[in-house]
Design a protein around this ligand. Structure first.
Ligand code: GLU
Length: 303
């Protein structure tokens, strides 16, 4: 398999789709990104990286950060998080308040905002209040120690976080937060505002393709824990379009409103695609098309 040729081909095929859809604008600073950009990177389980297009341009990882927060909580605290958050697809918008009330303050899964707030809360507790645990993991796994939160994106989200603030207060009212609403929102917004490139993210996600082994060969997660994160990504990782994503791509994946998507071929490689324009489901139009092309042409799908 000549991966480099394949990625170059994919850039040619999907670049025309890059302007289909629109950049997210409910976080105002995300709306100003040039939507013609598209990048793709693949990191093999051995650590080799293949990239094409705008693979080295940093973008806002947003909800993709929820995967690493969950991994850290499972790694440091085991399964107890599952008493506070379910692991079923929500069938509702990722920031729904209604569902949280119906379900007595237990979020449907760790990748909708309510669930990610519970995970961020637990991570704050197990790290003794650190808001940089996700950043440190991503720096170490990618080898890029300049990765940081974009302060402008974080400030922009903080000024417009009425829904997440409401969700956090709802969770607190059900006794499902251990830290203050302000501290949890601050940690959550900082992790979402991390700026990374496709190359950074493909490398940083490699532990999901290596049964939980970190870049230095030590275990972050056990193989069963890794399997379970990949399973939750498959069923809940791409908003209310996880069925369509499984149908087209056939891999565990996690998308973010910044237009990035990570995907995992277990025991083989981790992939990151990015293009800022989102379709109606909130997933990057060119990004999903590129992953569809990648798995169709390589045959590397879990199905
Ligand atoms: N920070 C964003 C929010 O909470 C993340 C959304 C996303 O990428 O799905 O709305």
């Amino acid at each position: 398999m000549d991966l480099q040729n394949l990625l170059d081909d994919i850039v040619g095929a999907v670049q025309p789709l890059a302007r289909q859809g629109a950049a997210a604008d409910y976080i105002p600073s995300l709306a100003s990104v040039d939507t013609s950009q598209f990048g793709i990177s693949v990191a093999t389980r051995e650590g080799e990286v293949f990239s094409a297009g705008d693979a080295d341009v940093a973008f806002s990882i947003q909800s993709i950060s929820k995967v690493y927060a969950l991994a850290l909580v499972l790694a440091r605290d085991g399964n107890s998080i599952w008493k506070r958050v379910f692991r079923e697809p929500s069938g509702n918008p990722f920031n729904s308040l209604v569902q949280l009330e119906h379900e007595d303050g237990i979020p449907r899964n760790p990748f909708i905002n309510a669930g990610a707030l519970v995970v961020a809360d637990r991570l704050l507790t197990v790290t003794g209040g650190s808001t940089t645990a996700v950043r440190e993991l991503l720096r170490e796994e990618s080898g890029n120690f300049s990765i940081d939160s974009d302060p402008e994106v974080a400030a922009s989200e903080a000024r417009n976080s009425h829904r997440n603030t409401s969700l956090a207060h709802f969770l607190a009212s059900y006794g499902n937060l251990e830290n203050s609403v302000d501290d949890v929102l601050d940690a959550y917004i900082k992790q979402c505002a991390l700026a990374m490139s496709c190359t950074d993210l493909a490398l940083a996600s490699r532990f999901l393709a290596t049964n939980g082994l970190r870049a230095d060969g030590t275990p972050l997660l056990s193989p069963p824990q890794t399997k379970r994160i990949n399973a939750v990504m498959l069923t809940c990782g791409t908003y209310d379009a996880a069925g369509e994503f499984a149908y087209r791509v056939g891999l565990p994946g996690k998308s973010g409103v910044g237009g990035g998507i990570i995907a995992v071929v277990p025991n083989n490689c981790s992939i990151c695609v990015w293009s800022p324009a989102l379709g109606r489901s909130g997933n990057s139009v060119a990004g999903v098309a590129a992953l569809d092309e990648f798995t169709t042409r390589t045959g590397w799908s879990i199905f």
